[in-house]
Design a protein around this ligand. Structure first.
Ligand code: ARG
Length: 485
């Protein structure tokens, strides 16, 4: 009992020190933001590339390219300051967190000034002004004449955006569906889940071009025109000054209009769905298979260690293993992914890519499940065998290695195959931090094609083919194994 107390004490000290370290304000040396950027020689711009004409992805001869007003602006800022540009694409509602934990240096993502955000970050001068509109189905155009006609109705908006706030503030009793990505906001409307979608005007116009059944409602919001700005971390005066210098130049030379024309050209469509977007899906398959494979492989090694710890005669080891397994199985994978992604950078001050963070999260998560699979596999081997081989003079570890494990592995293999199948599907969660696996690329295609539905069908088909083929292969292997009995 005393020992358990000690273990718990040490664990809680460890956890609280991690939590303290996670506090980005305590950690980030924000006066040094600009020095760090200069030293790196690279400006990392965060955005959510689902927002034509501001930022979107397009396919140029099978390769993805970012395009839009914000991209041109980012290029200009980088060039003006002799920096390389790195675009970091993630969901809009993750951007502020990424900025505060130092994953990105600035946000250029069609962001509007709001008092809440002002508390968290600093804003540049304005480079554009926009208004919000309500997008509805063309058939409903005459049904809604004023905003109050939307009272008590279902409305969609992008999560974490000002549009979400406006829907809350201006429409009485609206039930609001907040979705992370703009294509989903439009899809909700198209598929009749909501009656209207609150969208910024230029963006609404871009989407209307590809969705002829939708239109902008005559109903007008009270909310006045708002400034679109760049967000920088608090207390980084030099960075802010340099950003503002480029913005001033852009305004003096009237470049925003040029950027808008450029964006409109880039939005033009050519070729069919598969010639245009096939490469996105192929790339996605590669990444999904890769991270799931690493997930089971490394997860098995880590899982084996945890399983042996849990079976160990040393109580402390088995407690630690139990806690590890229970915590990982008792918390959502989505939360684990975010903790690894934002936690590692903040706690250790390392800059690790989303791909690696996502893979680490998959390995850790699967190791907990695999540990239980392995433990059950070992336990399923008849107890008498341990006693028999020990009495024949084999040591504990010799018995484990030569007698128990070979039989356990046979028990374990089919369950490991299932874990692989599960991981292929679950790995879609790392799309939230920007790992370009199948789901992420499907979302990219949604944004590029302004078609919210087809990319989802393709993604579903790809996951199905992968898991189906894998299950067949596993069945064959299992058949062979049982034949060898
Ligand atoms: N202007 C809105 C806001 O700041 C929405 C911006 C969304 N941007 C994006 N790239 N999806 O809240």
């Amino acid at each position: 009992m005393k020992r358990l107390g000690k273990v718990l004490l040490i664990m809680s000290i460890l956890i609280s020190s991690i939590v303290i370290n996670l506090n980005p304000v305590a950690l980030a040396d924000q006066d040094k933001t600009w020095d760090k950027i200069k030293e790196r020689g690279e400006l990392r711009v965060g955005l959510s590339a689902d927002y034509a004409p501001m930022e979107f992805e397009r396919n140029v001869k099978g390769k993805t390219e970012y395009a839009g007003v914000d991209i041109d602006l980012a290029k200009k800022i980088a060039k003006d300051n002799h920096l390389k540009l790195k675009i970091v694409n993630m969901s809009f509602d993750s951007l502020l967190g990424a900025l505060k934990t130092g994953k990105i240096d600035i946000i250029i993502s069609g962001m509007t000034t709001t008092p809440e955000r002002k508390k968290e970050v600093d804003f540049s001068d304005s480079y554009m002004k926009t208004k919000n509109v309500m997008v509805v189905k063309k058939d409903d155009l005459n049904k809604y004449k004023e905003i109050k006609d939307f009272n008590n109705k279902k409305i969609s908006a992008q999560k974490g955006t000002d549009q979400e706030k406006i829907a809350q503030n201006e429409i009485e009793n609206a039930s609001i569906t907040s979705l992370s990505r703009l294509p989903d906001v439009i899809l909700a409307l198209k598929s009749g889940k909501v009656e209207g979608a609150v969208v910024e005007k230029p963006v609404a116009e871009a989407y209307l071009k590809q969705n002829p059944k939708l239109d902008i409602s005559k109903a007008k919001f009270n909310d006045e025109e708002k400034d679109t700005v760049i967000a920088v971390p608090k207390n980084s005066p030099e960075l802010l000054a340099n950003v503002n210098k480029s913005i001033k130049d852009v305004k003096d030379k009237g470049l925003i209009d040029k950027y808008l024309t450029h964006a409109a050209q880039d939005m033009e469509d050519n070729g069919n769905f598969f010639t245009k977007y096939g490469t996105f899906f192929l790339k996605g398959i590669k990444v999904t298979v890769l991270i799931s494979l690493i997930g089971v492989a490394l997860g098995s090694i880590l899982g084996a260690v945890v399983a042996l710890m849990k079976l160990s005669r040393f109580k402390i080891l088995s407690w630690i293993a139990t806690i590890y397994i229970e915590v990982l199985r008792g918390t959502p994978m989505l939360v684990q992914v975010f903790i690894v992604f934002f936690g590692i950078t903040a706690a250790l001050g390392l800059d690790i890519s989303a791909l690696i963070c996502g893979t680490i999260a998959l390995v850790i998560n699967s190791s907990a499940y695999i540990a239980e699979i392995i433990r059950a596999g070992i336990n399923a081997v008849d107890k008498g065998q341990m006693e028999a081989s020990r009495s024949l003079g084999l040591s504990y570890s010799q018995t484990m290695k030569t007698v128990i494990m070979p039989q356990a592995i046979k028990n374990i293999l089919p369950a490991l195959g299932n874990e692989f199948v599960t991981l292929i599907k679950e790995s879609s969660i790392v799309s939230t931090i920007g790992v370009s696996e199948i789901m992420f690329n499907a979302q990219v295609v949604q944004g590029n094609s302004f078609d919210p539905f087809t990319p989802l069908l393709v993604a579903a088909a790809l996951y199905f083919v992968l898991t189906f083929v894998l299950t067949r292969i596993m069945a064959v292997i299992e058949g062979r194994l049982s034949a060898s009995d």
